[in-house]
Design a protein around this ligand. Sequence first.
Ligand code: SAM
Ligand code: SF4
Length: 474
Amino acid sequence: MKRSTDSETRAYKELGNTIIDEKQIEVALADRKHDKTAVREVLAKARALQGLDLSDMATLAHISDPELLGELFDTATKVKESIYGKRLVLFAPLYISNLCGNECLYCAFRAKNKELKRRALTQEEIAAETGILINQGHKRVLLVAGEAYPGEGFSYILKSIKTVYSVKSGQGNIRRVNVNIAPLSVDEFVQLKGTGIGTFQLFQETYHRETYDRVHRGGKKRDYEWRITAMHRAMKAGIDDVGIGVLFGLADWRFEILALMQHIRHLEREFGVGPHTISVPRMEPASGSRLAEQPPKPVDDLDFRKIVAILRLAVPYTGIIMSTRETPAMRRETFALGVSQISAGSRTNPGGYSTDEDFYSEQFCLGDHRPLDEVVNDAASLGYIPSFCTACYRLGRTGRDFMDLAKPGDIKDHCNPNALSTFVEYLTDYAPEGTRRAGEEAIRSVLADMDERTQARSVTMIQEVRAGRRDVFC
Ligand code: SAM
Ligand code: SF4
């Protein structure tokens, strides 16, 4: 991507150096409190939905006592339920290209990986993949690409987004395209916004500078400051739903979550609003990557659950995304601890929805191979409402407007009816009988727990969908 003039380069380098303060993180981790009283004070603060500071997070990150761990998980579950209720937003990744000029040692798409079959989808192929996802029942996709675009350069991405939005199949279409692509300049972000994207997502991978330099060995991604300032440029360009994340397994996870919080607070100070979502990818084996086979700082399952719980308490109003990197069992556990969005039925190879065999071009190995319908059935059987809602950004409830609604808890009045109406749409148009039964049961139970006003609104919207109207939202 273009980096413009020397003074602009100096400016992003300077900004990039003000976001993370490694010393402050080290001090917070070293000075953490150990006693039960201190831990319980932090949990009480979290229960009041006040968020956490670095020192609170350091205290929770070191809990090992089983009784306190139970209290941590229990608090996270309560906070999750009080803000998000039972809804769980679903999406599918759409990998359009695995061409890449970078050399990230953990990724199969890295430039020097000769084992990988390279492929950039044509617009016709992107339309075909989109059609398949629509016919499964998806309404949201996350468009993903490596950092090298075929022929026409960046406009390949812009065209691809337009293609996804243009596809209609039966009564369905994709209503929200989020993107996970390399950092852009402000001008390019303006063009990206013009295509009508939802969230711009980008993971710093690791905030730990020395580790970052060690694992990013070539290409534009070597530039730590260009990457860490990407969200500032996106917000400057008017994209106010941004998603950040860490690739867990590269550096100490405790350091990473405190650094993630510094990134969040920096955005809040500059723009009055933090990220819309946080992703928590854990490193998976990837073809041609020895590093991914043996992550330098592996995160075990217990610590992974702690990460989700602590983030849920630290930023209660920010969505947490769990991908199909994780197994069905881990995904189920983390729904309760704070996850609010999940991918389902994913493929990580370009063209992966059209063919079942071509795994030589995939990015990493999946932990959850189940098709969308099985994931929906499972979530509904656990009492969750799988949501295909895309209302907020289409109504302009993004960034600060979204947070202003979310903080006093008002967003639930919209989210829950929207989750129910889009779920009924899914059950009517795409689900087999077994899923329909599990879904109707979950809907009954969620409706029964609602306050009168939200219940009445939900019932009206559900009736409209049952009568044949589509895309009913409030
Ligand atoms: N190329 C762009 C970039 O790097 O930001 C965007 C797409 S990249 C395919 C999306 C994400 O995949 C990366 O940010 C990284 O966190 C994740 N990833 C790469 N290798 C992985 C692995 N072995 N296991 C799990 N996630 C991985
Ligand atoms: Fe390329 Fe992104 Fe993979 Fe790095 S993580 S090699 S930038 S696709």
